[in-house]
Ligand binder design. Sequence first.
Ligand code: ATP
Ligand code: MG
Length: 205
Amino acid sequence: MPDRPASPLRIGLFGGTFDPPHVGHLVAAVNVRHALNLDVLVLMVANIPWQKEGVRPLTPAEDRFSMVQAAVADVPGIVAGRTEIDLGGPSYTADTLTALGLQYPGADLFTIMGDDAATGLLTWERYQEVVDRSQLVVVDRPGVAIALPAEVEWIRVEVPHLEVSSTDLRLRFVDGRPPDFLVTEPVLSVIHSLGLYTNGENAGR
Ligand code: ATP
Ligand code: MG
């Protein structure tokens, strides 16, 4: 009798600028991985987040990758992704899903986002490819009135609401308020060793 085919891998793609990565990202990641029984959830570091480009100076992608690596080093099933950095140029989730499909042939792909990102889905480059190649997952995010684009199907995962944002964290490093407990110790240590966020040049919203 032929072996039963193994069930397809379930891979989550949670993309972001992660400037810096914080506990809101991590709480969302571990809860989505658990709720959807994902084999791996990738925190994918945007190379050039084109919707944020020009709005404020960004921390170099490699430094953001180092922070995400530090954030997930001890977290089972969550990994830092550098596919978008390696592809170069502006980062489009449609292309990232193509690359992940090649890396994990036959896998079920899930594109995960906070609800502020979800409300903007229809503005994404080739969003229909994202819809076709993956199942869309939205995690509840505090402070945003949520009306999801009805054109597509969503999986909703409820996670504890944490009022943490990278924008607030960048400001904290400038004005001296403590970042403690909002970012994990390994991330703080990368921030300090690379000297990030000290001059305030990328602190703006
Ligand atoms: P910024 O303030 O610079 O926009 P951010 O905190 O929103 O940063 P991003 O890197 O922009 O972080 O977000 C990456 C993904 O994480 C997005 O899908 C976003 O909706 C989601 N996200 C951000 N903050 C939270 C949070 N506190 N809880 C859950 N998801 C979040
Ligand atoms: Mg954001």
